[in-house]
Ligand binder design. Structure first.
Ligand code: PMV
Length: 329
């Protein structure tokens, strides 16, 4: 049996635009997914219990026992994509599951939900677990390549930002490029407290990304302008993060949210959460990741503000994740 892990992530600036080669800024969060890989039959009994909360899926030569906490309906809603993702990774690594049938167990504290990099975290964790089980000795760069392949099952055309965060951790600026993506680590003078508010809704990344593509094709003028603004915003955000300028970081998050509204990826629940955070004094709040559900993120400097914003979200019936990003590298 072998274990592997992958971090969850938050996109602070530039989601969606990053798919088109623009820069974006993301950070891994402490919550992670753990994968346990075993040859079928290696274990005494079945891995994990198949009781409450464990989603079981049979694939071609593998069985998945998914024990991650979830936004209700996420695992069932993503089952087909997850199946495709696992098959893509196994094919990429040329694993013959006829010879080596596998049991895959997913756990860890990261919630299986949209917007928090759950799919990428599970891909990186499975890639590392396979590496350990099959003695492949994959480097982090190779784990990232496998996780990227797995992300295609969920995203269609993943930018790579999620699988990079899931594999390496840290706060970084990312740009999609050939032959390798450009990843630059960012240091902030102090760590930053954030709250991620969960709409409780699962979104299909590939559908939302295709929707943006269609609207962009129909109205190129509007979208070109929004895309230019997004690029400048990310460059300004990097400077504000490096300077630890919380006020400017927050203002830029609010502007980024406006751009995401403009490209049609917001919804009422996301806006309700953004409003709650701002009313409680958060200097910035925005959608994070795919949108149309999933998570939003609020900058909440100091534990007091973090708690106040998170509590206000919880009092309104939403789940809130408190975490910390950045700091000196
Ligand atoms: O919703 P998430 O956490 O899977 O993030 C998706 C980020 C997008 O920019 C919308 C897509 C991508 O591939 O970068």
């Amino acid at each position: 049996m072998a274990q592997g892990s992958g971090y969850g992530k938050v996109i602070l600036f530039g989601e969606h635009f990053v798919v088109y080669g623009l820069p974006a800024i993301a950070s891994a969060i402490a919550d992670s997914t753990i994968a346990e890989l075993a040859r079928s039959g290696d274990r005494k009994g079945k891995p994990g219990s198949t009781g409450a909360g464990v989603f079981v899926m049979e694939g071609d030569g593998w069985t998945l026992y998914d024990a991650r906490p979830e936004t209700p309906g996420y695992k069932a809603g993503k089952a087909e994509e997850q199946k495709k993702s696992i098959d893509l990774m196994l094919a990429f690594l040329k694993v013959d599951t006829k010879k080596t049938p596998l049991d895959i167990r997913l756990g860890g504290v990261l919630r299986a939900a949209s917007g928090v990099g759950a799919s990428a975290a599970s891909c990186a964790a499975i890639a590392r677990g396979l590496s350990g089980l099959l003695g492949l000795n994959l480097t982090d760069a190779q784990v990232n390549d496998v996780a990227h392949e797995g992300e295609k099952g969920y995203h269609g055309t993943p930018s790579g930002i999620d699988d990079t965060a899931a594999t390496y951790g840290g706060l970084f600026m990312f740009r999609k490029a050939q032959p390798r993506n450009i990843v630059e680590l960012i240091s902030t003078p102090k760590s930053l407290d954030i709250v991620m508010g969960n709409t409780g809704m699962t979104a299909s990344t590939s559908e939302v990304v295709s929707g943006v593509r269609e609207r962009k094709a129909k109205d190129p003028q509007k979208y070109d302008k929004v895309f230019r603004e997004a690029e400048k915003l990310v460059m300004d955000s990097r400077k504000a993060l490096e300077a630890g300028d919380v006020h400017t970081i927050g203002t830029l998050m609010n502007l980024n949210n406006r751009l995401l509204q403009d490209i049609g990826v917001s919804n009422d629940k996301l806006e309700t959460l953004v409003d709650i955070a701002r009313k409680e004094g958060a200097p910035g709040a925005k959608i994070t990741g795919t949108g149309k559900g999933g998570y939003m993120v609020a900058l909440t400097p100091g534990k007091h503000m973090q708690e106040r914003v998170a509590k206000a979200m919880e009092n309104a019936g939403f789940a809130a994740l408190r975490t910390t990003i950045g700091g000196r590298m």
